[in-house]
Design a protein around this ligand. Structure first.
Ligand SMILES: Nc1ncnc2c1ncn2[C@@H]1O[C@H](COP(=O)(O)OP(=O)(O)OP(=O)(O)O)[C@@H](O)[C@H]1O
Length: 552
C-alpha cells in the first residue's frame, strides 16, 4: 500500500500541541540563549577593536550576556526534556491502547513481528527527534542571529553567505530525498530481522536439531538481514556525510572570499572583516548541527509513517474495551443461541476466503457442547465467533434472547473462561479482584498438581511447569474465575491418558453439575458420548448436529 509519507515536522508539531506553553517558553528561552551568544560574539568583536581597552560597560555587557546565555539554555533544555519525555510516554500509552482495543482480526492480520518494532524502535526514533527539537530551535536562532549580524556588518558579504547557504541547502535537499528511500528500506528489513529474532528465540529447540535450517537462519536470515540493514544505513548516512562536507566547504569558500576582499581592498574596515570571519566560523557549528539533524529527520519521517500505518490498520478500535465496567460479577446465563451465524475471512491473494456457517445452535446452563471435525474445518473460528472475538458477517448471537451487538459484546465476553489451544498463561493468573481464593488448594489437589504448585499470598507459587501441568493450572484458573461458560480448545490434547479420562468423565460432569455451560473442541472420539450436543464441521459447514448423542 502506498501512502503519502507524513512530514516529520508536521507530525511532531501535532504531538507537541498539548504541551505548547512549555514548548513555547523553552523555544523562546532557547532563542534568547542563541541571541545572547550572538550578542556575546558582537561584544567580543567590539572588545577586540575597542580603542583604549575594555570599558566597564563592555565587561558588564559580556558578563550579562554570559549569564543570560547560560540561564536561558539550561531552562530551555529542562523544558524540552519535560516535553520530550511526555511525548514519548503519550505515544507509548496511545499505541498500547490502540493494540489493546483493536479488533482481534486486525491484530491477527498485522502480525507480531511487525507490531513490536513500531512499539519499540519507531517510538525510540521519534523520542530522539523530539529531544532534538529545542536544540534545533537554538541552532536555528543562533544561525539567524548570526546572519542578521552579518547583514549589519556588510550587506554584500551577507548576500554572498546567503547564496552559499542556498546552494548548501539544495545539496542537502537532494541528499534527503536520496537517503529517505534507504532509511525506508532499512526499516522494512528491521521488521524482517524481528521475525528472525522471534524464530531463533521461539524455535530454539527446532533449530538445535536441524543443522541446515540453523545455518540458513544464521547466514541468510540473521547475518544477511543485519548486513543489508547495515549497508542501507551506511548508504543513506554517507549521502548526508558527503552533502554535509560539501556544505562545510562552502563556508571556507565564503571566508576565502572575505579574505580576498580584505587583500584586494585593504581599505575595507578591519572590524568588519574580522567580525565577519568570527561570526562565520561560529555560525558553522549551529548550522552544521541543523544539517546534522537531517538524517534523524529522515528516520523520524519513516517512523512516523510506520506509526501512521499502524493507526490506519487499527482504525476501528472497540473504544469501550478500556473503560471499567461493573464486571467481575459472575452472572448467570439462561440461554445462549447462535442464529444463522456466518463468518468470512477477508480474501487472501490466490486463495478463496474461508467461509463458516450458517451455524444454528441453542445452549442452556449445564449443557456440554463438543465441536468436532478435521483440521482447518473451522472449529477455532466458530469459538472465536461464539466468544465474541470476531463479529459475525451475518446472523446473530442471542444471550437470554437478546442479540449481542457491538455495544454489549465486551460485557458478553466476560461470561466466558477460555483455555485456547495456543493459550497464553499470564504470570498473574487472576486479574483484579481479590487474588486466588484460599480453597483453590482443593482444585490443585483435584488436578493432581498440588505437589508442584501451592497458593501463597493469593498467587500461585510457580508457573514453571510441564506443558500438561501448565494446562491444568490454566484449568484451575478457569475453575476459580467462576464464569458461567467454559470453553476448552483441545484442552486434553497434552494430557496423559489417565488424566484425559479424568477430564472427560469426571471433571466435565462436575462442572456440568455446577451448572456451567461447557464448550469443548475435541478430537477424542472415545469421549464424544459425554457431550449433550455434538456439532460436526466440514469445510466450514455444519454437517451434523446431535442432541443427547449416542456414543460414536
Ligand atoms: N486469520 C485468518 N485469516 C484468513 N483465514 C484464516 C485465518 N485463520 C484461519 N483461517 C482459515 O480458516 C480455516 C479454519 O481455521 P480454524 O483455525 O478455524 O480451523 P480448526 O478447525 O480450528 O483447525 P485445527 O483443528 O487445525 O485447529 C482454515 O482453513 C484457515 O485457512
Amino acid at each position: 500500500m502506498t501512502t503519502r509519507s507524513p512530514g516529520a515536522l508536521g507530525e511532531l508539531l501535532k504531538l507537541l500541541k498539548p504541551y505548547w506553553p512549555v514548548v513555547l517558553v523553552s523555544t523562546l528561552l532557547g532563542m534568547v540563549g542563541g541571541l545572547s551568544v550572538t550578542a556575546l560574539l558582537a561584544t567580543i568583536n567590539e572588545g577586540l577593536h575597542a580603542e583604549g581597552g575594555l570599558s566597564n560597560a563592555l565587561v558588564l555587557a559580556f558578563a550579562g550576556f554570559c549569564v543570560l546565555a547560560l540561564a536561558s539554555s539550561i531552562m530551555s533544555d529542562i523544558g524540552s526534556n519535560f516535553v520530550g519525555q511526555h511525548i514519548i510516554a503519550r505515544l507509548r500509552k496511545e499505541l498500547g491502547a490502540k493494540v489493546l482495543s483493536a479488533p482481534i482480526q486486525q491484530i491477527e492480520r498485522y502480525r507480531t513481528h511487525r507490531l513490536i518494532p513500531v512499539l519499540t524502535h519507531d517510538v525510540d526514533t521519534i523520542s530522539d527527534f523530539a529531544f532534538s527539537f529545542a536544540p534545533l530551535a537554538i541552532s536555528l536562532t543562533v544561525t539567524l542571529g548570526c546572519l542578521g549580524y552579518l547583514a549589519v556588518l556588510s550587506l554584500p558579504m551577507f548576500l554572498i553567505t546567503l547564496l552559499a547557504i542556498a546552494v548548501g541547502s539544495l545539496i542537502q535537499y537532494a541528499a534527503q530525498a536520496r537517503a529517505f528511500q534507504g532509511f525506508n528500506d532499512a526499516r522494512e528489513a528491521e521488521d524482517l530481522l524481528q521475525k528472525h529474532y522471534r524464530g531463533i528465540a521461539e524455535g530454539a529447540k527446532e533449530l538445535r536439531i536441524h543443522r541446515p535450517r540453523r545455518l540458513r537462519m544464521h547466514e541468510e536470515n540473521i547475518q544477511g538481514t543485519a548486513e543489508r540493514i547495515c549497508n542501507l544505513q551506511i548508504g543513506s548516512i554517507n549521502t548526508y556525510v558527503i552533502a554535509k562536507s560539501l556544505g562545510s566547504m562552502l563556508f571556507f569558500v565564503v571566508i576565502a572570499i572575505a579574505l580576498l576582499v580584505q587583500s584586494f581592498w585593504p581599505a575595507a574596515d578591519k572590524a568588519v572583516i574580522s567580525g565577519f570571519v568570527l561570526i562565520l566560523l561560529y555560525m558553522k557549528g549551529p548550522l552544521e548541527h541543523l544539517i546534522g539533524v537531517l538524517p534523524l529527520v529522515g528516520r523520524a519521517q519513516v517512523a512516523f509513517r510506520r506509526i501512521a500505518e499502524l493507526n490506519r490498520q487499527f482504525s476501528s478500535p472497540e473504544t469501550q474495551l478500556l473503560e471499567a465496567g461493573d464486571d467481575d460479577q459472575p452472572r448467570n446465563v439462561r440461554s445462549l443461541e447462535l442464529r444463522d451465524l456466518r463468518y468470512a475471512y477477508p480474501p487472501a491473494e490466490g486463495a478463496a476466503p474461508f467461509l463458516l456457517g450458517p451455524v444454528n445452535l441453542a445452549l442452556k446452563p449445564g449443557d456440554i457442547l463438543f465441536i468436532v471435525g478435521e483440521n482447518g474445518c473451522g472449529k477455532t473460528t466458530l469459538i472465536k465467533l461464539l466468544l465474541g472475538l470476531y463479529a459475525p458477517t451475518e446472523g446473530e448471537i442471542l444471550l437470554d434472547g437478546q442479540a449481542v451487538d457491538a455495544a454489549s459484546r465486551d460485557d458478553y465476553r466476560q461470561l466466558f473462561t477460555t483455555v485456547f489451544a495456543d493459550y497464553y498463561l499470564f504470570d498473574d493468573l487472576i486479574q483484579g479482584t481479590g487474588g486466588i481464593p484460599a480453597d483453590a488448594g482443593r482444585y490443585l489437589e483435584r488436578l493432581e498438581i498440588a505437589h508442584k504448585v501451592q497458593v501463597q499470598d493469593s498467587t500461585f507459587s510457580t508457573t514453571d511447569l510441564s506443558t500438561g501441568q501448565r494446562k491444568r493450572l490454566a484449568l484451575v484458573n478457569a475453575w476459580i474465575e467462576e464464569r458461567p461458560v467454559l470453553v476448552f480448545d483441545e484442552w486434553a490434547a497434552d494430557q496423559d491418558p489417565t488424566f484425559r479420562r479424568i477430564f472427560y468423565t469426571e471433571l466435565l460432569p462436575e462442572l456440568k453439575a455446577l451448572g456451567k455451560t461447557i464448550i469443548v473442541i475435541s478430537h477424542d472420539d472415545r469421549y464424544f458420548d459425554v457431550a449433550d450436543h455434538l456439532l460436526r464441521l466440514e469445510g466450514g459447514k455444519v454437517v451434523s448436529e446431535k442432541l443427547e448423542t449416542e456414543p460414536a
